[in-house]
Write a protein that binds this ligand. Structure first.
Ligand code: WTA
Length: 661
């Protein structure tokens, strides 16, 4: 573990907000209506997991029933053993079979607007999704994709992205979605790791009025990796693209010609559903493996209960994440569609063309459920209440947050200004690895406290422990641990068993270790204190400090780099890099810019350091370990991250502080 297991105390927060008395009446009834009911259900879910999860799973369709609910051979969990199902069936075909084919499944809004200022809006029903996923499934099979093959998806937020993942699920292909902000190098790395020869992309995607050249990035990735044999290209932006016959295929043409019949492949409950790459403590991103049955059941139930979804109550649910992240997988597509509540997908930026864009969307579509990240909330606070106040947000019922700890000021602003004090706030703690919500309030049951993600979801046995796994007393900082398996837990890191065991199951013996520090208060509520490994959370995007370090160090001018997180008003955490230069190179702003661009090329623009400081030497302990705590202190003390071009001798500071780390 890194030197950063240092849990700082937080201010005591004792404002408690009970669920609004009329929440049930306004929302068509609360699925879980009181804290007592929650506690009884939670107890049952732990005492009788087979009974509890068996009942939940029975709410969905299975082609063949399971014979055993859970098998746990630490660190390997299997759920619904022997069961056969298909998640695309439960998202799409099942709704059509039950007579809901003409209901809106996906409600999409473009970032672009016409001359009157109106966006393009597309409404896809379950019947549309059935047709389109079958067509695309046939196209994929035509390109040679077979059950178990990994299909890489690198697209903007268009409905076809959701169709793409569902089409993969339909035929049992494994999807690996890469967020559109990642670079061609990142695509090549992931394609190589996953051994994936088919890539789905768009000509470009719209972001804040400009086009991100997705196809050009894929072209470049093809030069870096010879794995890619077929590229299926959707036209979205009509930007100029290069074309390679034989390799590149036009989405529109192939789909138009494809049959719209392709039944859902019966999948074993433990067949792989998708890979999603995420950052860890070491340089290389890891492919998190999720399987079919457990993930399907858990995302279905968490969506239903955390947001209190009810299909016949005119709800409109909007999660502002990108499908390139786990939040989009679980809470735009897979958990939502089986609940038969329309899921809104918005293509672009929150402030395009103006900072009121989100609120305009909420008002026009009468959004009832809104789920976003603290970094966005802090940005809205900064842009000013006037952008919110000009809109009627009275449709809202539940507000959610995810991705990083939310500071109480932002929580209160969210509650008061967006929710007008009426809407429960669900602060959901979870991870790519957990597949679904782990610690979260339930809107009709759990009294909330600003900054706390409150209590474990059903089936989750969470605790704050020391490194030996002993539970710590109330209000003592320690490691967050999950002691029992849950249906949507990761099944592995693709191709790296050792790293899977080492990262998640050896730090605390016998328990899952998520990498976060936490404390529990006297109520039993959890307070997440952030990562205790070398992972940082920049504007809700997860990055490994070592990943950024190796990107910087791969530049010719650099000898060594150390990357730490530093506090940032909007992003929560920003990236600070300390760099030593080769030979007699002098620091300059040009070089600083060159290093930033270099990182953008190696990983993506989201990983560009906010601050780069050049130094003569990095502070190290006698054993040669970089003293990150010292660097963090320096970075945190840096006036608004202003760069200084002077070379500093940080070893002097290290000597002053002594070899403490
Ligand atoms: C952090 C995103 C505090 C945490 C779903 C976790 C949070 C990492 C919260 C996972 C929250 C996520 N409060 N911290 N409500 N939600 N985190 O894999 O450090 O992108 O380990 O999954 O984000 O990030 P990931």
């Amino acid at each position: 573990m890194s030197d950063s297991v240092e849990i700082t105390s937080v201010l005591k927060e004792d404002r408690v907000f009970p669920p609004p008395a009329d929440f049930g009446a306004r929302s068509g009834g609360a699925h879980v209506g009181s804290l007592e009911e929650y506690r009884a259900m939670h107890k049952r879910s732990l005492d009788d997991p087979a009974g509890f999860w068996g009942e939940v799973a029975s709410e969905l369709d299975w082609f063949e029933p399971w014979t055993e609910v859970c098998e746990w051979k630490l660190p390997d969990a299997k759920w619904f053993l022997g069961g056969k199902t298909n998640i695309c069936h439960n998202c799409v075909d099942r709704q059509v079979d039950q007579g809901h084919g003409d209901q809106v499944a996906i409600l999409w809004e473009s970032e672009t607007t016409d001359s009157q200022g109106a966006p393009e809006i597309r409404r896809l029903t379950y019947a549309d999704l059935k047709r389109e996923t079958a067509k695309l499934a046939n196209v994929l099979e035509g390109l040679g994709v077979k059950k178990g093959d990994v299909v890489t998806i690198y697209m903007g937020m268009v409905p076809e992205l959701a169709i793409a993942i569902l089409a993969c699920a339909r035929i049992g292909a494994v999807h690996s979605v890469i967020f559109g902000g990642f670079s061609s190098q990142a695509i090549a790395d992931r394609v190589e790791d996953a051994d994936s020869s088919v890539v789905l992309t768009c000509d470009g995607s719209w972001r804040r009025g400009t086009i991100i050249p997705l196809k050009a990035n894929v072209d470049q990735a093809c030069k870096l990796s010879d794995k890619i044999k077929s590229v299926l290209v959707l036209t979205r932006c009509q930007n100029a693209i290069e074309w390679q016959d034989g390799r590149d295929h036009r989405w529109g043409e192939l789909v138009a010609d494809a049959s719209d019949v392709r039944p859902c492949e019966p999948m074993d409950s433990e067949d792989m559903l998708f890979l999603l790459y995420t950052s860890g403590s070491t340089g290389k991103p890891k492919g998190i493996v999720h399987t079919t049955g457990g993930y399907m059941v858990y995302t279905y139930l968490t969506s239903k209960l955390t947001f209190n979804l009810r299909p016949d109550e005119d709800q409109v649910y909007w999660c502002t994440a990108d499908i390139g992240w786990i939040t989009g997988h679980s809470y735009i597509v897979y958990g939502l569609l089986p609940n038969r509540v329309p899921t809104l997908m918005y293509e672009g930026a929150p402030n395009h063309p103006a900072p009121n864009r989100f609120w305009d969307i909420v008002e026009r579509h009468k959004v009832t459920h809104f789920y976003t990240a603290p970094t966005a909330i802090r940005a809205f606070m900064k842009w000013g209440d006037e952008h919110v106040e000009k809109h009627d947000l009275s449709s809202l019922q539940v507000l959610g947050t995810v991705g990083e700890p939310i500071n109480p000021e932002a929580w209160i602003w969210y509650r008061d200004v967006i929710g007008a004090g009426r809407c429960p706030i669900v602060d959901t703690w979870w991870q790519t690895e957990t597949g679904g919500h782990m610690l979260t309030p339930l809107p009709g049951a759990t009294p909330t406290v600003p900054g706390s993600c409150t209590l474990p979801f059903f089936g989750i046995d969470a605790a704050v422990v020391d490194q030996d796994g002993n539970e710590l007393p109330a209000n003592t900082g320690g490691l967050l641990a999950i002691r029992k398996p849950w249906p949507s837990m990761l099944r592995g890191i693709f191709g790296d068993r050792e790293r899977f065991v080492e990262t998640y199951f050896t730090k605390i013996k016998g328990m899952y270790f998520p990498g976060d520090g936490a404390r529990r208060d006297e109520r039993g509520y959890f307070w997440i204190m952030g990562r205790v490994d070398d992972v940082i959370n920049v504007a809700g995007h997860r990055l490994g400090t070592m990943e950024v370090e190796s990107a910087i160090a791969s530049h010719d001018s650099v000898v060594e780099a150390a990357v730490v997180g530093m506090p940032h008003e909007i992003k929560g955490t920003a990236i600070a890099a300390f760099v030593t230069l080769a030979g007699d190179l002098e620091p300059s702003d040009e070089l600083r810019q060159a290093l930033r661009d270099h990182v953008a090329q190696a990983i993506g623009a989201i990983a560009k350091p906010d601050m780069i400081r050049f130094c003569d030497a990095l502070p190290k302990t006698r054993s040669g370990k970089i003293m990150r705590r010292l660097l963090r202190d320096i970075a945190a003390g840096t006036d608004s991250g202003q760069d200084v071009t002077t070379l500093e001798d940080l070893t002097v500071l290290a000597r002053l502080r002594g070899d403490e780390e």
